[in-house]
Design a protein around this ligand. Structure first.
Ligand code: SF4
Length: 771
């Protein structure tokens, strides 16, 4: 019944909805299929789409509240520029402080001229773009093409760096290529779930519910291991919960490997045939006898051994992880250590098994495939590889050598370089780094130092837009079409369902217009998002992430597809590396979703030099900042179930705000008593970098010596300030992902709060006496 544009006439008795459209959730990387009702040109209702193969109609609360967050008074309706003009003749002053509205032509010309001037004066390396996992694949592609291929700067990075860069490096160093091997349907076949560094119940709730259903279907035989310093809602369904010290994951995982080896639970045949490096690994894990590993983790040795045995005795093990492993100075090693467990037991490429990193954002995967980090090029190519650079240059028709041979600046370095005055122009799109980056003081300094700061966003003010010289209105979800890919490699088409608010445009269109104004019109002649997508897919042909059999028309007609899809008649691929187990003579590769045994040539081997997966030798590195006398607690940060990122949309819903209107700090009772902190007190959390306030939640669900705070609130959000005032910008040396999960802090009552508490106590007593 779905029409070619993905919409369907309303067949329900609901008179309020004119038309239903099938689309995709703009929030987390689960990538749920949505069915959206439009009424009078506005998004009116959001439901789960039972026909979407990834999530079969399930969804969480967040997208249900999208209708109230789309056409709001704080939408940016037209291009705005600072009243100081920066050489421009200005139009009408906007109602907002310091900005005046201008035409698209003026804004575009100004940006193009200013960029050209800065490039001429300081070279292309003085220009940086900072994008987002909320970009469509088309946005990612055009931004990369302009900056890397035509301006000649590789300084394109995205907030995905904060999210999954360690997972990318983990896959590449172990399997030879990025790409999570399993599919969501594997949840229905696994009999052991190893959830580490992931509060799935809150952050990926639809997948968590699928695991819960699997557990319910066979409670005796399906086992769940949860590893987390916090006893989250995820831990509530665990058969075994391991509350390890923050940052000690590698010790745990190497200790588990030790048990698997000494118990003889490894798959020797698989190791011999399909892997390399196992001998070297044995030397490393020899340093992790279980007793020592358990001591590092702060758990019982017997629990560590039990975790390993549950893993080793299972027919199908699925490991899920997200920021808890990735956001660390040891993030890549943590990823490698999980993948090692799967390689040692042959738990990869078969139904119900595999290492499965979860992305935080709806199109972080599409960004990876489009080359959306500063060391990548489209189609899982890398800047450092001269052949890859040449292939892309030839395809783009850009002069040989235009793509600079060195990777560009990753997120933390990019803002540091701006703060030092080395990056002069930055274009921030679809993200809010003045809340989400660590150590916000540095980010604000960077914002203030730039000669040109262009911000494209749907809303203003945000903590970031207030620093812009030029502020451009972005058409957001529902107002633009495009393609996104979720954590299980499934590609979904998102239709334009309503008109953009005001004069807002899609990011790829804005970028292409600026490219044209810079003199590259011929190379950016895209009429539609579909044009952009078609060009991008050609660059994936023959690569592991092969989209060449995908077209917008096909996605509309057939629905979402899982890459690799190496031909127009290929049905897509449920899981990677499945032929490792089925004895087919073709190279190990993929199983298409039709299950007919055809392999996709593009993903037919581990993409390593010898075609074998590699055991790495992950070493335990403690968090960069350990507690000491001055800062005796280890703070970890994270997300809440009903909020998403910096709350520019979810924060607009009264229902979603219930339960946590203000930032809070979870602290163990022993640590609270030592500091005379009681439930509900306003406390100050102080690190070497700054301070933030929050309401204390005294709970045994967090380890003694650790504390937890959600990161959603920024400085604009109210009296408590931002969690990332205190976090640390140290990065993993390989993935360059910052350690947002651990920094040393001290906690005390907020200065002056003792008097408030005394007054409250007095008022309470007075009331009681009165009664
Ligand atoms: Fe959206 Fe994620 Fe919730 Fe699914 S689980 S509805 S993708 S926020």
């Amino acid at each position: 019944m779905t029409s070619r544009n993905g919409s369907r006439a309303n067949r329900n008795a609901n008179g309020k909805v004119d038309r239903w459209h099938d689309t995709y959730c703009p929030y987390c990387g689960v990538g749920c299929g949505l069915r959206v009702g439009v009424s009078n040109g506005k998004v009116a209702k959001v439901r789960g789409n039972p026909d979407h193969p990834s999530t079969l109609g399930d969804l969480c609360l967040k997208p249900i509240h999208l209708p109230g967050a789309l056409d709001t008074p704080d939408r940016i309706r037209e291009p705005l520029m600072r009243a100081n003009g920066r050489g421009m003749g200005m139009g009408t002053p906007s109602a907002d402080t310091g900005f005046q509205s201008v035409t698209w032509e003026k804004a575009t010309t100004y940006i193009a001229e200013k960029l050209k001037h800065i490039i001429e004066e300081h070279g292309p390396g003085a220009v940086a773009f900072y994008g987002s996992g909320q970009f469509t694949t088309e946005d990612y592609y055009v931004a990369n093409k302009l900056l890397k291929g035509f301006i000649g700067s590789n300084n394109f990075d995205a907030n995905s760096r904060l999210c999954m860069a360690s997972a990318v490096a983990g896959y590449v160093t172990a399997l030879g290529s990025d790409g999570p091997p399993p599919a969501y349907e594997d949840i229905d076949h696994a009999d052991c779930f190893f959830l580490i560094g992931s509060n799935m119940a809150d952050c990926h709730p639809v997948l968590f519910n699928r695991i819960r259903r699997r557990k319910k279907s066979d409670p005796e035989n399906v086992k769940i291991i949860v590893v987390d310093p916090r006893e989250t809602r995820t831990a509530a369904i665990a058969d075994l919960f391991l509350p390890i010290r923050p940052g000690s994951d590698v010790a745990l995982l190497n200790g588990m490997m030790n048990v698997l080896c000494s118990d003889g639970k490894v798959d020797q045949a698989f190791i011999a045939e399909h892997t390399s490096g196992h001998e070297e690994l044995l030397d490393t894990i020899g340093m992790f006898p279980t007793e020592a590993a358990a001591r590092v983790c702060g758990i019982d040795e017997s629990d560590l051994i039990q975790a390993a045995r549950l893993f080793g005795d299972s027919h199908g093990v699925l490991s899920f992880w997200s920021m808890g492993l990735n956001q660390s100075v040891n993030g890549v090693a943590k990823n490698q250590a999980v993948i090692n467990l799967h390689l040692a037991t042959g738990q990869i490429g078969k139904k119900g098994s595999g290492p499965f990193s979860l992305t935080g954002q709806p199109n972080a995967m599409g960004g990876r495939e489009a080359g959306g980090l500063s060391h990548l090029l489209p189609g899982y190519r890398t800047i450092a590889n001269p052949t890859h650079r040449q292939e892309v240059e030839q395809f783009w028709g850009t002069p040989e050598g235009r793509i600079a041979p060195k990777p560009g600046l990753a997120a933390v370095d990019m803002f540091d370089a701006a703060a030092r005055g080395e990056v002069k122009a930055m274009w921030i799109m679809c993200t809010n780094p003045v809340v989400s980056m660590p150590n916000i003081d540095v980010i604000e300094k960077a914002m203030s130092k730039l000669e040109l700061l262009v911000v494209t966003d749907a809303y203003h003010p945000t903590d970031t837009t207030q620093y812009a010289h030029v502020l451009l209105p972005a058409a957001q979800w529902s107002e633009r079409e495009g393609v996104m890919t979720n954590s299980e490699r499934r590609i979904t088409y998102l239709p334009r369902m309503v008109e953009p608010v005001g004069k807002a445009k899609p990011d790829w269109r804005i970028l292409a217009d600026v490219a044209a104004a810079m003199g590259f019109a011929h190379d950016f002649e895209f009429e539609s998002a579909e044009d952009v997508f078609n060009e991008f897919t050609q660059l994936t042909k023959g690569r592991v992430c092969d989209y060449s059999g995908v077209s917008v028309g096909r996605l509309k007609a057939e629905g979402p597809l899982q890459w690799p899809v190496p031909g127009a008649d290929h049905p897509g691929t449920a899981r990677l590396y499945s032929s490792l187990h089925d004895g087919r003579s073709t190279q190990p590769g993929v199983e298409n979703s039709a299950g007919d045994g055809r392999d996709a040539k593009a993903a037919a081997v581990f993409a390593t030099a010898d075609g074998k997966a590699k055991f790495n030798t992950p070493e335990f590195v403690p968090p960069a900042e350990l507690p000491n006398r001055r800062f005796p607690l280890l703070l970890t940060t994270g997300r809440l179930r009903n909020q998403w990122h910096t709350m520019t949309r979810t924060g607009k819903s009264e229902s979603l705000m219930k339960g946590a209107r203000e930032p809070f700090l979870e602290i163990h009772p022993v640590d609270a008593v030592r500091r005379q902190i009681e439930e509900g007190d306003v406390v100050e959390i102080r690190s070497r970098r700054g301070r933030v306030w929050a309401k204390a939640r005294v709970t045994e669900k967090i380890r003694e010596g650790a504390c937890f705070m959600p990161f959603h609130w920024g400085r604009l959000a109210g009296r408590f300030d931002a969690a990332n005032n205190v976090t640390l910008a140290e990065v993993d040396p390989i993935s360059l992902e910052p350690e947002l999960k651990a920094c040393a802090v001290e906690v005390r009552l907020r200065p002056g709060y003792e008097a408030i508490r005394a007054t409250k106590l007095f008022q309470g007593l007075a009331k009681a006496i009165k009664r």
